[in-house]
Every structure is written in C-alpha cells, then in structure tokens.
Design a protein around this ligand. Structure first.
Ligand SMILES: [Zn+2]
Length: 487
C-alpha cells in the first residue's frame, strides 16, 4: 500500500537470487547504513531495493552510483525483512575488499616477501604454506618482483601447476594443493566479475591489484577443463614512464627510419610479428613520442595495455558489439590526427585503416605476419588494392624480443636470473619502406622469397642479421635468435 501511495514498484527479496557481482555494486557498509540493496542488473540498468525510498540521503547514495557500468537506476520499495535477507548475502561473498574488487598486497607482506624470497625455492615454500587468501597475494607480489607478464594456473588431477611467464618463457613456480582449488577459483572469478556457477564456458574479466604502491591491471581468462578452470592472469603494468624505442634496444639506424615514417602527417605504419613479439609495446613507444596537445590521438585496443595521458583510448568489446572495424569508423568521425588500431585482422578493418591513412590521418597498427615483406601479400589477400600499398604505407616494421644474457653472471646462471643465464629482453627489428617495385611483384603474385630478395637488395637488414650483430656484441645468444625467428 505504501509503495502504491508513493508511486514505486514493490519487491519481495526473500529467496531472490541476487548475483554476487550485482551485490558488489554497493559496498556492504553503505548498503547497511542506508538500507539499499542492488538486486538485479541488465546491461547498464540496475535495480535497487530500499526501505527508505524518499529520504534525501538515499537519493544522494544512488546519485553517486552512476558510472560507466551503472547507467540507469530503478528504485523499488522493499520491506525490512527483504532488506535483512539481502544484506545477509554479503556474508557469502569472499572475505576480501568486496566493493572495489582490488586486492591490496599489504606492505607488511611485501616486506616479508622481499626479505625472504631471494630465490624460487623460497617463493615455492611460501606459496605452499600460505592460506588461500594469501596465495593470490603472494602470486601477484611474486610475479611483480620477478617481472613476470603472466601467471598460469593449470589444474590437473592431483594439483594446480603454477607457472610465470618471464622474459617470454614459462617458468615452473610451484604446485599448489588441490584442496585450495575451489577457494582460489572463486576468488579469481569474484575479483574478475566472472560467473561463479558451473557449466559456464570460457570467461574473461579484469581487476586491479595494488602492489608496491602502484596499481596493476590484471586481465583474467578462465578456460574450463576436466579438472576445473585453468586461469591465465595477464599483468598489464600500465607504466610507460621509461618507454622509448631506445629503451627497447632498437638499432639507431632502425630508430631513424621509424622516426622519419612517424613524422609524416598521414599514411600507415604496420608493426608485424606473432603474439608476444612486443609489437604493441613499440607502438606505445611511438604514440608516447607523438603525444603532444596539438594532436588528437585516439586508440582502439584489445586490451588497453598501458594508459597514456592525453590519448583517448577505446576498448574493443565483443559484448558491446564494438569490433575493430566499427570502432575505427566511429573514431574517424571524431576528427583525430593519429589513430592506433590494436590489430588488423579482417578485410573490413584493413580497408578502413588504409582509407584513413589516405585521407589525412597517421595510422599505427599491427599485423600478424612472420616478417616485414610478408605484410604486402597479406594485405592484398585481405582485399587491399596492390597499387595502394606503396603510396599509403609509410613503413612496415617486424620485430621479435630476445632474452639478454644476464649481466650478473655472464650467462652461467645465478640467483638474479634464476639459473637461466638470461635477464631482460631486447628487440631485434627489420624495417621496410615499400617502393613501387614491390607493387609489381605483389600484383604478379610473386612468391614471398622474391619480395624478401627485393627488400634485401634495397638495403633492409633482416631481424636475423640484427640478431647476429647482437650475438657478436655479446648481448644475446645464437640459440635465442633461432628460437624467436623460427616462429
Ligand atoms: Zn645470472
């Protein structure tokens, strides 16, 4: 009757299935204080039940909820017993910082970590004796300290295998007790706002972690296996203070050619290479250099790996049906000077990107090919007209990252390099400026070997050659060059 009187809908929440990720829209403390419970979410629309619908404090609380995720709120009246039912559900949430979705690795733990974990063996013992809540904290702190880019958790029948990807190579860290699997599983899923129920397919999510005073973005991906979900947690460091082409270890002559290509007001620059070759990082280094207030820069990424102030960064999203090609068309209507497109992987995007490059924009993007010359036939396969290639492409870069010989031990293996003999990575590159001669070869569908031959005749140093120079200089090994260029 009261609901009818004030013109609001009424809901009985007792027994209502409120999903954990919906509950976390409002922190428990605020929910309790103002008697408000979020109980349903459909896209950006959120329904809130409250016993105090007309109080100004309630309105204030609700106004503050509006964000990227919460676009529209519907307020519903509920009874005191409904509210009590709802608020009790907070108890079922994992005991962590519930509202923010951010794990704080406490300073105390970090201290303990740096003090005690001189080597892998100590990290291993620490992880095996840690409680479930601490296991993840230690994994994050450990991964940051060891400069890992990914944490892999693979369940088997007996245990959970934990590996870190360091300098591009997976390293065994520890095997965790199977008994803790359920708790670790639900904690990651909760943080990443994934569904907790069984029978879900592969899932993706994101969350923040504070380690050593800096915020780290984690992209989580879950894949159901017969022994439970396997997780890959990618650490996106977000820190580009140090980032430059020089710092990536590129040769001075290659840097000069790249700088020339990016100083043009229009055209397209491709950086090619497989996943993990560092091609996106190089594009960030270029963007950082180009980023001045006089230029409007928009990026379209999946995922956004680094945040750059002054650059508008757009996340491609399968859920919101924002593809690279749709996103790119929308971006071009925003009158940018420079556009970065995370990857050209379909004919639509290829054509739109080339068009943008011909109409007054500088476009930076990546392409999945093994070397720089291979980008030319690849683009033609994607429907790009061969005669557009040489006029529109400012430069094609190809790169790989090779591990550097540890400077502490000279490659013999020490604590610093965990016995691997390597520490840190350096880029080997090839850069190709397509001339009209390439057009003929590509139009004739000449074999790739002939395109490479022409590139070399015109003076292109290949990645392998760049690599061998670095071997001679004692920076890396022949085996490293073979390892990364064979793929
Ligand atoms: Zn070493």
């Amino acid at each position: 009757m009261y609901a009818a009187k004030i013109g609001l809908p009424y809901i009985n929440l007792v027994g209502y299935p409120i999903a954990p990720d919906v509950l976390t829209i409002i922190p428990e403390e605020i929910a309790t204080r103002h008697q408000v419970i979020p109980y349903m979410r459909v896209g950006g629309l959120v329904r809130i039940a409250t016993t105090r619908p007309i109080q100004p404090e309630t309105k204030q609380v609700l106004e503050r909820l509006h964000s990227k995720e919460v676009k529209e709120l519907t307020v519903t009246l509920c009874s005191k017993s409904s509210f009590m039912y709802g608020v009790n559900l907070y108890q079922a949430l994992p005991k962590i910082e519930r509202a923010s979705g951010t794990v704080n690795v406490t300073e105390e733990k970090e201290h303990e970590f740096t003090l005690e974990m001189g080597d892998l063996g100590q990290l291993k013992r620490k992880l095996q004796s840690a409680s479930t809540t601490n296991v993840l904290d230690f994994l994050f702190a450990g991964a940051v300290l060891m400069k890992a880019t990914d944490i892999h958790l693979d369940p088997s029948e007996k245990d959970i295998r934990v590996r870190f990807r360091i300098d591009g190579v997976l390293a065994e860290i520890v095997s965790l007790d199977k008994a803790g699997q359920k708790a670790v599983d639900s904690r990651i899923k909760f943080l990443a706002k994934m569904r907790l129920d069984k029978g879900t397919g592969p899932q993706d999510g994101r969350f923040g972690v504070a380690v050593q005073g800096s915020e780290l973005d984690i992209r989580a991906s879950a894949l159901p296996t017969s022994f439970g979900d396997a997780f890959v947690l990618r650490l996106l460091s977000g820190d580009i203070k140090e980032l430059s082409l020089q710092q990536l270890g590129m040769r001075p002559d290659a840097i000069k050619i790249i700088e020339e290509a990016i100083s043009k007001p229009q055209g397209i620059i491709f950086n090619t290479g497989p996943t993990g070759s560092g091609k996106t990082t190089t594009l960030y280094a270029i963007l950082k250099k180009l980023n001045v207030p006089e230029r409007k820069i928009i990026t379209l990424e999946d995922p956004i790996e680094y945040r750059i102030e002054g650059v508008e960064q757009v996340q491609v999203s399968a859920e919101k049906h924002l593809t690279f090609s749709d996103g790119l068309r929308a971006i071009l209507r925003q009158d940018p000077d420079i556009v970065m497109v995370g990857e050209v992987r379909d004919p639509e995007t290829a054509k739109t990107a080339m068009q943008a490059a011909m109409t007054g924009h500088l476009v930076l993007t990546t392409l999945h090919t093994n070397n720089a010359p291979a980008a030319l036939p690849r683009l033609v396969e994607m429907g790009v007209d061969p005669f557009l290639l040489t006029g529109t492409i400012n430069l094609i870069i190809a790169q790989r990252l090779v591990r550097k010989i540890c400077t502490q031990c000279g490659g013999k293996g020490c604590k610093v390099c965990r016995g691997t003999g390597f520490s840190g990575r350096v880029a080997i590159v090839e850069v190709l400026k397509p001339t009209p001669e390439f057009e003929d070869l590509v139009t004739q569908k000449a074999p790739l070997s002939r395109i490479i031959e022409l590139a070399r005749k015109q003076g292109m140093m290949t990645m392998e050659e760049d690599g061998m120079e670095k071997v001679k200089a004692g920076v890396t090994t022949k085996e490293e060059i073979w390892r990364v260029t064979k793929t």
